[in-house]
Design a binder for this molecule. Sequence first.
Ligand SMILES: CC(C)(COP(=O)(O)OP(=O)(O)OC[C@H]1O[C@@H](n2cnc3c(N)ncnc32)[C@H](O)[C@@H]1OP(=O)(O)O)[C@@H](O)C(=O)NCCC(=O)NCCS
Length: 204
Amino acid sequence: MDKKRLLIIGAGGHGKVVFDIAAKCGYLSIGFLDDADENNPLVLAGVSDFKKYINEAEFFVAIGNSRVREKILSDLIANGAEIATLIHPNAVVAQNVQIGCGTVVMASAVINPDTFIGDGVIINTSSSVDHDCKVADFCHVSVGSHLCGTVNVDSHTWIGAGATVINNINICSDCMIGAGAVVVSDINVSGVYVGVPAKFIKKL
Ligand SMILES: CC(C)(COP(=O)(O)OP(=O)(O)OC[C@H]1O[C@@H](n2cnc3c(N)ncnc32)[C@H](O)[C@@H]1OP(=O)(O)O)[C@@H](O)C(=O)NCCC(=O)NCCS
């Protein structure tokens, strides 16, 4: 297989940023699979056409919706696709950090020691995940947000832009933490939380 070719599923805004990171990571040929963006010359085919390319390229799923991201990543893996993990050259990843497949770590993000990042996670631009954290599969740590030390975030939870989670906090799966929120106590019920300190406002 040509290890230098990457197909990105999803040609939207997130896909553009992933494309740029992939180029900086040294992929020589990068294209998109997308059902909706036929006018983009970099879109080679629709998403369901991925099987045509399965022996020719690595794949990355750049879809913001975590359930859709999970479904497509599962289909790719079930069909034997090779999945890329992308780490921007200007991200800082400390020693003894585990990062799962299909995860992207964007520019200026910092991941500190003994942290575990699952599969299909987005560690967005200028965010930080401090020591001994666990960020489970299909989470999104948004632009400029911060997880202090020993924070556990369960799957499919989205930490909004500029939010902070103080140290030793557990957040359950399927939460949306609003932009700018500060989480100061454990969250055990899935839902949308906003404000300082973050409070439940509604179910997802
Ligand atoms: C939390 C959030 C998901 C809620 O969105 P929504 O479901 O459309 O909710 P609404 O806009 O109807 O807001 C509901 C209420 O919460 C308030 N609210 C919404 N987001 C808030 C936030 N981040 N902080 C404080 N209050 C907020 C609204 O003012 C509104 O209050 P009201 O009922 O008194 O008028 C959204 O506002 C948000 O913060 N998204 C984060 C986006 C982001 O970080 N993107 C990063 C991409 S990298």
